[in-house]
Design a binder for this molecule. Structure first.
Ligand code: MG
Ligand code: MG
Length: 256
């Protein structure tokens, strides 16, 4: 079931989203050669708590068994998602780093990811980041009442494949609200032979998050049970915003 949110509920998600956007603002400034992913994580947690929120990812999924130990996911180069921050992992010139962060404010979640260049990066990395961010905006452009969920997926997929890159299939966007992962899954591609999915309605809130590989869409999970890397060792990018469907333009929730 897709949970519709009221305007006051969306206003709370907007507050959660603003805190997430503040974290990204800080990350953008901190990302440079020599910084450790643990330092990024520490700063992110400080900002989230200073604003009266809690880090959504910390301790997720709260099973008591290999729960996520940090406030951000920090995934470098061929790492796609779910990288655990570490004092032993520092950024080097030419790297790209995807930072994913969630904040829960008064029980409501904001979720956003961004891939940042570390200094000057090669042309393929630049093109990969541009294609992935562009596909997020293409998807957001279709997030309108009356459209279907698959219109978002199709827009993302088309944008990426036209630029010669590959949409990851094993991880998807999602509904978001009082829980980080609600129905529906928001695919970044349209599988053959499925319908158009649910019709979009005002009050639906989604985390749209294209994940894109430079060489393949296939991924594998590493031995820590979290880190996901591209199977071919080529680079990946990840851009995500939490948005609300309205009767007009889609509303971005994870912005300042
Ligand atoms: Mg996220
Ligand atoms: Mg997400």
């Amino acid at each position: 079931m897709i949970i519709l949110k009221s305007r006051p509920e969306i206003a709370l998600m907007r507050e959660a989203g603003r805190i997430v956007a503040r974290v990204h603002e800080a990350m953008r400034e901190m990302v440079r050669p020599g910084v450790t992913t643990a330092a990024l994580d520490k700063r992110a947690e400080e900002i989230i708590r200073q604003h009266g929120a809690v880090p959504t990812f910390l301790g997720y999924p709260h099973t008591g068994r290999n729960d996520f130990p940090a406030s951000i996911c920090a995934s470098i180069n061929e790492e796609l998602v779910h990288g655990i921050p570490s004092v032993k992992r520092w950024l080097e010139p030419g790297d790209i780093i995807s930072v994913d962060v969630g904040a829960t404010y008064k029980g409501w979640v904001g979720d956003s990811a961004w891939t940042y260049p570390v200094g000057e990066v090669d042309a393929e990395s630049k093109a990969l980041m541009e294609a992935t961010e562009g596909s997020l905006w293409a998807g957001i452009g279709q997030a309108r009442a009356g459209n279907f969920l698959a219109d978002i997926s199709k827009a993302v997929e088309t944008h990426v494949t036209q630029r010669g890159f590959h949409v990851v299939r094993e991880y998807t966007g999602h509904g978001v609200g009082q829980r980080m992962h609600e129905e529906p899954n928001v695919l970044n591609y349209v599988p053959a032979g499925v319908g158009k999915g649910p019709k979009l309605k005002a009050g639906m809130t989604f985390a749209l998050e294209p994940m894109v590989g430079a060489g393949t869409w296939r991924t594998k999970v590493m031995s820590d049970g979290w880190l996901v890397v591209m199977a071919d060792g080529k680079r990946a990018a990840h851009f995500e915003h939490t948005i609300a469907i309205t009767d007009g333009e889609p509303e971005l929730l994870t912005v300042l």
